[in-house]
Ligand binder design. Structure first.
Ligand code: BG6
Length: 494
């Protein structure tokens, strides 16, 4: 893997991660595996401590065993070294219990290190207790960092930030009482994915695309994020949240922003964030009539019997929205965004579908022009494809679609850091470029949709697990004279 340029800068910077919610799904699936990978690839600071915390009681050994089961380490020596830096402290950040133990341990670590230590607080807890967590972190002065060097603690917060515009604002007002801008890292892990970052390089590093990246050439954009899995152990979180707020408001809006934004002046945090924000602000909000016409929601069969899900739940596990951006470049181009759980395809992709303008000399050789499209695939493998039209070999003139693809796997040998690995490193460096600066703008688009959905409009459709979602989703796009394009690359996935 290409190392960060200034890695030496942080190597000698003693650092402590304080992870609240250390036994939760996110910590087990993403945080500990990523921290261990960074540790084994020698990227973490030499003096690193991880203070893991949750309400349960565990000894350090018991907790290390829990982590071991999910990390599944192959290198035993590295694992032993890793866990010698891992400690467990039981606390309740929402009830202000035992946070003093964490403060005291931090002071002790600093004493032992004989220097200031960079403190990074990671909130891998339920978003419903964020506000109390901010207050209690503040009360215990965990936000202050190491005072001797005027070093400030950093805080990493997972999405969703709030559950609507008003609550996001309110939450933010509490957060900023205790933390300054440079201390806050609102994470959206999609921004840490390699292909997602590559969208900008693709658009602005290859000048051939810019002249056609607009409504004159592009007919529609399809953003798909579907998963085979259901809600698994996250029934209670998911049932409160639903697909629209779980992934559309954040991950998928960020994808839309990268595909649609204007070029930033530079890749600095401010310029990059401003351009993303500018495009999200220009998404047209919908009135109830438009919501009924331009959105669709579904629930997979059997969802209501999932663990910790309300048996009468109306929560959507499938969401589809058609959005328009109100600016010159995108006027009239629909952005179809769909997401679903327990769907046949386990795929994340963006398709830029060009207008169907076959040249007249070929008029008689195809029933219908075959539109070109670009597929940016993020999952299951990463790559970019271009659908072209080619003449089929032979005496007759017959045109057929063919694919040209760039696959990360075959083009680069480097290990691709997982999104969390990348973003955890950025937090250590204090680089906010790939973090969310804005609070609430995307809620302004989502809130009217949620409100109309709550009034029963459009109805909640059910769908079979392992399908592509409600069949009404096909009709939805067909009414516009379009169809869902296969969201996969062909060559990269073989
Ligand atoms: C999370 C959502 O943010 O992203 C989950 O809460 C979803 O519902 C997950 O499964 C998907 O992330 P990835 O990186 O595995 O595609």
């Amino acid at each position: 893997m290409a190392l960060p340029k200034n890695i030496e800068k942080i190597k000698n910077l003693p650092t402590v991660f304080i992870i609240f919610g250390a036994t939760g799904d996110l910590s087990r699936k993403k945080l500990f595996p990523s921290l261990f990978e960074l540790f084994t690839t020698n990227l973490l600071p030499e003096k690193i401590k991880i203070l893991a915390s949750s309400r349960s009681q565990y000894s350090n050994e018991e907790f290390a065993q829990i982590v071991k089961e999910t990390v599944n380490p192959k290198d035993v020596t590295a694992w032993e070294k890793f866990i010698s830096n891992l400690e467990f402290i039981s606390s309740d950040v929402s009830e202000n219990k035992n946070l003093d133990l964490i403060s005291n341990r931090l002071l002790q670590i600093e004493k032992e290190a004989k220097t200031c230590v960079q403190r990074i607080i990671y909130l891998a807890i339920s978003p419903s207790i964020y506000q109390k967590a901010f207050e209690n972190i503040g009360k215990n002065k965990l936000n202050l960092g190491c005072r001797t060097h005027n070093n400030k603690a950093r805080i990493v917060i997972e999405k969703p930030f709030g559950h609507n515009f008003a609550s996001a604002q309110e939450l933010n007002s509490v957060l900023i009482k205790y933390f300054e801008k440079e201390q806050i890292f609102r994470i959206d892990h999609f921004l840490g994915k390699e292909t997602v970052q590559n969208i900008l390089a693709f658009r602005f590093g290859n000048e051939i695309f810019e002249p056609i990246w607009n409504n004159q050439y592009i007919d529609n954009i399809q953003i798909t994020f579907t998963e085979n899995i259901g809600v698994e152990k996250r029934g209670s979180f998911y049932d409160e949240t639903g697909g629209l707020r779980d992934v559309v408001q954040n991950h998928l809006f960020q994808l839309l922003a990268l595909v649609a934004m204007e070029a930033p002046k530079s890749l600095t945090h401010e310029h990059f964030r401003d351009k993303r924000l500018e495009i999200i602000k220009s998404i047209k909000t919908m009135n109830p009539k438009e919501v009924a016409k331009c959105t669709l929601r579904g629930q997979y069969e059997g969802y209501q019997s999932e663990e910790n899900v309300n048996p009468n739940s109306n929560t959507e596990t499938f969401a589809l929205v058609k959005l328009f951006i109100e600016n010159k470049r995108w006027h009239g181009v629909p952005f179809y965004i769909r997401t679903g759980k327990k769907i046949m395809g386990n795929v994340t992709s963006i398709i830029i579908s060009f207008k169907e303008k076959g040249h007249e000399i070929y008029e008689n050789f195809w029933a219908k022009p075959l539109p070109n499209h670009i597929t940016i695939q993020i999952k299951p493998t990463e790559g970019i494809g271009l659908r072209l039209v080619a003449k089929k070999p032979g005496f007759e003139t017959v045109l057929e679609p063919v694919d040209m693809e760039f696959c990360y796997r075959t083009s680069f040998e480097n290990h691709q850091p997982d999104a969390y690995e990348r973003l955890l490193m950025d937090v250590i460096f204090g680089d906010q470029t790939l973090f969310i600066g804005e609070v609430g703008e995307s809620w302004k688009i989502i809130d009217p949709i949620v409100k109309t959905w709550q009034s029963g409009n459009p109805p909640l459709f059910t769908y079979k697990t392992g399908s592509w979602g409600p069949k009404e989703a096909d009709k939805f796009i067909e009414q516009d004279g379009r169809k869902w394009l296969a969201p996969y690359l062909t060559i990269c996935n073989i």
